[in-house]
Design a protein around this ligand. Structure first.
Ligand code: ADP
Length: 418
């Protein structure tokens, strides 16, 4: 139980830490994009406006003008081109081969007014990345276009490196988050573990203390019985002592269950012989029933990794319940089957059945369905919770299908042993 809670907490904390880190990463990325890229794009828009204003003045004093300046991919630089009649009439462009290629590209560029466009140019193994903005203008009555460019290559490179580092940090956080979660879960669960152990110690000590007086009561009852012969009062005392002893044994067993090693790999056990033996034992005890308990299977051999003691305990609980909650003239049977991956054991009875509302609770400690139905049937509601814990510790599961008044089918599944 503690282990399950701890695993659940570790899983939850890991997810929370990872989700917070991922959100931070996405948040930082958005802020970065807004601050850097958005600002540069605004600068580009300002630059386009300046060029546009210059073009209006230029109208009066027209002459072609093309400037080339040194440029390299690592610098954030801006360039401008005025195009009239598919010809560049004014330019501020980079020199060298990139300048020529850019000129060519700008002339072919299909760009709408004020709409940011991005493009790449490959030049001498270097990839240049540009952001472009354009606006229409008129010069001497002719319609033209102004295109401004910004070399975004260094920013894109920086973004790429930044994202790579971000992903590495996220991956490290993901690994670390498990250990942080483990330490947080250990802290959170510490008081519960302490209380749980105290409670277990109490149950175990109280049960041991109660065993002696019950033993004395039983011994004296038997002594009185031998001295004065059996009578109804002594029988009641003996029955109650037996019930109490059963309860104490169950409580002791439950308190030990958690500390038993769960990951031990058991040798394969042939369950069929154990099923036959257990049925034989119960048929001998319940010889007042109209029909004996039967076993239906067409398999010769069914093996699971389970200890004989554990299988006997599970069968005892399920068969004892079937006997307790099934009238003496109704059938009880067991089935054993496999689909190669799993081995199934079913305990089927035609007894009183279980209401739908109780089915979800019958595996809880001390839960007894409908006390009015059960009043005359002894029990403390511990059998199924013990069976469930043993089954789950052995990587199995238990389920039930039941119809009130018609009977119940308890199905136990275990991984088949190879
Ligand atoms: P107990 O039988 O000692 O009360 P269990 O934990 O074995 O405790 O069972 C819990 C409850 O589940 C029982 O009180 C009973 O109401 C219901 N139950 C279990 N097995 C059967 C069954 N075969 N038929 C009908 N009810 C059952």
């Amino acid at each position: 139980m503690i282990d399950k809670t701890k695993k659940y907490l570790v899983w939850q904390y890991t997810c929370i830490i990872f989700a917070i880190s991922a959100l931070l990463f996405v948040g930082c990325d958005s802020i970065y994009h807004y601050v850097i890229t958005h600002n540069l794009e605004e600068n580009l828009a300002d630059y386009l406006n300046e060029e546009y204003r210059e073009a209006l003045d230029y109208n009066l004093n027209f002459h072609e003008e093309i400037h080339s300046s040194a440029a390299d991919a690592t610098m954030i630089q801006t360039f401008s081109y005025w195009i009239l009649d598919s010809k560049i009439i004014h330019a501020d462009q980079p020199e060298g081969t990139i300048g020529k290629e850019l000129l060519d590209k700008v002339l072919r560029l299909d760009i709408a007014d004020r709409e940011l466009t991005r493009f790449k140019l490959k030049n001498q193994k270097e990839i240049w990345k540009f952001a472009a903005l354009a606006t229409s203008f008129t010069l001497k009555g002719q319609q033209g276009k102004i295109v401004v460019l910004m070399n975004m290559t260094p920013i894109e490179k920086f973004t790429h490196t930044y994202k790579k580092i971000g992903f590495i940090v996220l991956f490290v956080i993901c690994l670390l988050s498990y250990f942080i979660a483990l330490s947080l879960a250990n802290r959170a669960i510490a008081p519960i573990v302490k209380m749980y152990h105290r409670q277990k110690d109490f149950v175990s000590n109280a049960s041991h203390e109660l065993k002696t007086p019950l033993g004395v009561l039983m011994a004296y009852s038997e002594l009185i019985e031998t001295k004065y012969g059996s009578n109804a009062e002594i029988d009641v005392i003996k029955d109650e002592v037996k019930n109490m002893s059963g309860l104490i044994n169950d409580l002791l067993y439950l308190s030990k269950l958690d500390s038993l090693k769960t990951n031990v790999k058991r040798p394969p056990l042939d369950i069929l012989s154990c099923l036959k033996e257990t049925i034989k034992k119960f048929n001998a005890l319940a010889n007042d029933r109209k029909f004996p308990i039967t076993l239906k299977t067409d398999k010769q051999n069914l093996t699971v990794s389970l200890s004989l003691g554990d299988l006997e305990r599970i069968l005892n609980v399920l068969i004892e319940n079937a006997l307790k909650y099934t009238p003496k003239d109704k059938h009880i049977s067991l089935e054993a089957d496999t689909d190669d991956k799993k081995v199934y054991i079913r305990v089927i009875d035609e007894g009183i059945g279980i209401e739908q509302k109780d089915i979800a609770h019958i595996f809880e400690k001390f839960y007894r369905a409908d006390e009015s139905h059960n009043r005359n049937i002894s029990g403390y509601g511990l059998g199924l919770s013990i069976a469930k814990e043993i089954i789950e510790q052995n990587r199995g599961s238990i389920s039930v299908i039941s119809h009130p008044g018609k009977g119940s089918v308890f199905t136990v599944e275990f991984p088949a042993a190879k």
